[in-house]
Design a protein around this ligand. Structure first.
Ligand code: NAD
Ligand code: DAU
Length: 449
């Protein structure tokens, strides 16, 4: 509790849309978010053994007769603030020394990103993940005792937690992967998609805005919020349509795609309205190690391995543009370092393939690596009822990121899919771990119709 000059306790309120006035941030009254901000600052002062009276807050008491605090004005003077941790000096001098808050880092792409980026000694990572069915800390076993890696279990929609993390860790960037990501699940139950992808992103943006506003001008300049999104926001292409570009209008078709589109719009608005330095990447279908086996490629590899039916939706001619996950992670790192704020970048593999071709390739690779007595795996292919609203074709024009930032994929589909099949066949323990009760339940329910 802050105290007034005469020592009476007063609940200090602040306003989230605080405006920078010279060196002071002026807050006032009646806003829940900033009330929590002041509570966090109080905690910091208590930890440091300072009395609130000597804190950099100047408080005007304004209690009403009922004893409840009425809205008050107070000023937080940046010049007086010696307690706030600073973003590492090297970054402030323009050298890229990065503490990154990664959300959803225990999932497929997030864990690949962390494992790749932690190789860079100037990078440290805090991973905030709720550990839903899709999050798996095993992916990051190799970092268990790593001094530049911290794991925090939590929900991006938990604003108090996000606020505390930002204040204590003082990241120079946020890379936002956390999402519900499976289209079929969004069709069966969209609510969680709205909650995490829209409300969760909104909560994260609000807390980020508040944190970013409190940074020094130089730190604000260097800060980045990178939002990881998808090509599905653009809808579906006809066979001869040109690939999606950054200027293609949004036309999401599934609840998943709509929730990602909504989050993209929020991210854009926070740049346009508040100047938050955001970057958005829209990527095509990823494949590679650690992908949860509800998605096409790992599901087909494991079913093929086990001699189970390979369920292909509709006629199997839906087209996706496939990108090896490590290439995607490098693209994200490139955008984070060199992308222009407020811009969006399409990322893709220049590798359009109909689903049936992918499944046949997998069958042949599994046959080669783990021969099946009797019939070839292609015999397991089973055409099943189509996904409702199934987008026919996605294709990404990834020329902007190549032209402006010099990124292009390194892996060919042939080499990437071979590595991926081998990885799943060699990681039986990981597979057993993730294909436990709730996974089996999903497969039984989903493929029953
Ligand atoms: P994933 O489902 O494998 O992982 C999502 C992760 O987010 C999990 O670790 C999960 O525990 C975590 N999470 C979910 N809700 C959370 C919450 N409320 N708070 C904190 N953590 C939460 O997903 P993925 O395939 O790795 O995708 C990551 C991101 O990339 C998503 O935003 C997705 O939309 C996007 N994307 C994916 C692909 C793809 O092909 N997989 C392609 C383009 C874009
Ligand atoms: O395009 C990017 C998107 O790719 C990401 O934003 C999503 O998070 C990611 O899940 C992925 O979405 P898709 O729906 O394209 O991926 P999925 O692996 O579920 O399906 C790929 C294609 O394979 C799609 O046309 C549906 C088809 N399919 C899928 C499954 C699971 C089948 O034919 N049978 C199946 O059993």
């Amino acid at each position: 509790m802050l105290s007034t000059r005469n020592g009476a306790p007063v609940e200090a309120f602040a306003k989230s849309d605080s405006v920078i006035q010279g060196q002071s941030l002026k807050f006032h009254a009646d806003d829940v978010q900033s009330r929590r901000l002041s509570a966090a600052w109080q905690a910091r002062f208590q930890r440091k053994g300072k009395s609130a009276a000597r804190s950099p807050f100047r408080v005007n008491s304004n209690q009403n007769s009922s004893g409840r605090a009425k809205p008050v004005l107070f000023y937080y003077n940046r010049k007086l603030d010696r307690s706030r941790p600073k973003i590492p000096k090297t970054l402030r001098n323009g050298f890229f020394n990065m503490k990154i808050l990664v959300t959803g880092g225990a999932g497929f792409i997030g864990s690949n990103f962390i494992l790749q980026q932690i190789q860079d000694e100037s990078v440290s990572i805090i991973n905030l993940d709720k550990l839903t069915y899709a999050g798996n800390l095993r992916n990051l076993d190799s970092l268990a005792d790593h001094k530049r890696y911290t794991f925090v279990r939590g929900d991006i929609a938990d604003r108090a937690l996000v606020r505390r993390l930002l204040e204590e860790q003082v990241p120079a960037a946020i890379v936002h992967f956390a999402a519900e990501s499976h289209v079929d699940r969004s069709i069966r139950g969209p609510e969680e998609f709205i909650q995490t992808n829209i409300n969760g992103t909104f909560a994260l943006l609000e807390e980020t805005r508040s944190y970013w506003t409190g940074l020094s001008a130089e730190e604000r300049d260097h800060f980045r919020f990178l939002h990881v999104s998808t090509d599905e926001v653009f809808g579906s292409l006809a066979p001869n349509d040109p690939a999606f570009s950054e200027r293609t209008p949004y036309a999401p078709n599934s609840p998943y795609a709509a929730s990602k589109a909504a989050s993209d719009h929020l991210v854009r608005a926070y740049h346009h309205t508040y100047g938050l330095p955001v970057l958005t990447t829209n990527c095509s279908n990823n494949y590679g190690s650690f992908q949860f086996p509800e998605k096409l490629i790992p599901l087909m590899i494991l079913n093929a391995r086990d001699g189970k039916a390979l369920p292909v939706y509709g006629d199997g001619k839906n087209v996706r543009d496939w990108l090896y996950v490590e290439d995607h992670c490098e693209a994200i790192a490139t955008v984070l370092r060199r992308g222009a704020t407020g811009e969006t970048y399409n990322i893709g593999g220049w590798n359009e393939k109909p689903n049936i071709e992918i499944v046949e390739m997998i069958c042949d690779l599994v046959d080669g690596l783990s021969p099946r007595l009797g019939a070839p795996r292609r015999d397991l292919i089973t055409f099943v009822k189509d996904r409702p609203g199934h987008d026919r074709r996605y294709a990404m024009d990834a020329s902007k990121i190549q032209r402006e930032l010099g990124w292009r994929p390194k892996e060919t589909f042939e080499s990437g899919i071979r590595k991926t099949v081998r990885w799943y066949l060699e990681h039986d323990e990981w597979v057993r771990d993730v294909t436990s009760g709730s996974y089996r339940q999903w497969i039984t329910t989903h493929y029953a119709d």
